[in-house]
Design a protein around this ligand. Structure first.
Ligand code: NAP
Ligand code: 8YV
Length: 318
């Protein structure tokens, strides 16, 4: 008999098809009446898969839940503490997306620093002919890039940043003994010493608004903020204010508080590049992520250890 899986959000199509073949699936994200679906199938559901929210209420409503397989390395959408308290395993998709997210980050640094998107708009508006050459920009090799969160992805960003001749420095809670890059004991000090500040750390309560107005002002009128972490790490109201009044030079943003909605106040700003959460969005990366979701479920229901438990659930045995 197939196990029953609740799917909270869509993920890579072929991986979802594999999930459908291996399990009996219920798509919560397509349900017209979520409460009815949950009351109909909730007691039979043994697993959650996907990218949607798994909050305490959802976890509590599934009495036989054993595992939540999250599509994404970031799992701030899952209440891992509530899951752990119920001995529910949580898995994520670390490692397989590092290169894609680092590539996206470099494309954002290049796009904002060399004003690629704004220059494209300039040309299409006929301004090259009317007003002459586009203004000069900064040479990448002159820049110091501060990385906030030098983890798996942060390290791949650092590698690429160095290849463009930029200098790397970082802040995270722990100084890493095997890393030669200059370490700054606070995000504020890192921002003061950087031309570009890249956020690539987990979202959630612990990092909410870690990029506040003081940090933006420390980065300053010629500084650039790049956020590929989570919308919640940046105080968006302060960001809009600082970009408009010039106390922050520019920003490139991939993640937002209420995706897919984005703050319309950012849309008309010339000193901003906005992408719709493209970090890991390549075919092969999403396939690896999606397949890892299914593999974790298969391992679990075969009675073996899952491949990628989140730290809160490491060593969890039912
Ligand atoms: P990781 O290997 O766990 O690295 C996270 C880094 O953040 C670590 O260096 C950690 O170091 C640091 N950190 C954690 N909390 C911190 C805090 N309060 N202050 C300062 N530093 C802190 O994770 P990863 O695989 O690189 O992924 C990082 C995040 O990127 C994910 O959680 C997700 O939110 C985001 N992401 C975004 C996309 C996208 O599409 N835009 C794609 C993938 C991932 P310490 O523990 O020493 O502080
Ligand atoms: C995913 C991400 O697109 O892995 C992450 O943390 O942010 C992205 O790779 C996202 O999780 C899917 O919703």
């Amino acid at each position: 008999m197939k196990q029953e899986v609740l799917v909270t959000g869509a993920f890579y199509g072929p991986s979802m098809e594999w999930l459908d073949r291996e399990f009996t699936t219920h798509r919560l994200f397509e349900a017209k009446d979520r409460a009815k679906l949950l009351s109909d199938v909730g007691p039979r559901v043994r697993a959650i898969a996907g990218s949607g929210r798994s909050d305490q209420a959802l976890i509590q409503s599934l009495p036989n839940l054993e595992i939540i397989a999250n599509f994404g390395v970031g799992y701030d959408n899952v209440n891992a503490a509530a899951a752990r308290a119920r001995k529910v395993m949580v898995t994520n998709t670390p490692g397989v997306l590092n290169e894609a997210v680092a590539d996206t980050t470099l494309s954002l640094i290049l796009a904002i620093e060399r004003r690629v998107v704004a220059a494209d708009r300039y040309l299409r508006a006929g301004k090259w002919v009317a007003n002459g050459n586009y203004p000069l920009t900064r040479h990448l090799g002159d820049l110091k890039v501060g990385i906030l969160g030098l983890g798996r992805i942060g390290k791949d960003i650092a590698k690429r940043t160095l290849a463009f001749g930029m200098q790397v420095q970082y802040h995270s809670r722990t100084r890493q003994a095997d890393v030669a890059f200059p370490y700054f004991p606070s995000v504020l000090e890192l921002a003061k010493a950087s031309n570009v500040l890249v956020c690539i750390l987990p979202g959630g309560a612990g990092t909410r608004h870690i990029i506040n107005e003081d940090v933006m002002k420390a980065l300053g009128p010629t500084g650039t903020l790049v956020n590929v972490a989570r919308g919640s790490v940046v105080d968006t109201e302060a960001l809009i204010r600082c970009l408009k009044n010039g106390s922050l030079g520019a920003a490139a943003i991939d993640v937002y508080d209420k995706e897919p909605e984005t703050p319309e106040a950012l849309w008309p700003l010339e000193n901003v590049v906005l992408t719709p959460h493209l970090g890991s969005a390549t075919h092969s990366t999403r396939k690896k992520m999606g397949d890892l979701v299914v593999q974790n479920l298969l391992e679990h229901f075969a009675g073996r250890a899952v491949l990628t438990a989140v730290p809160e659930c490491a060593g969890l045995r039912r």
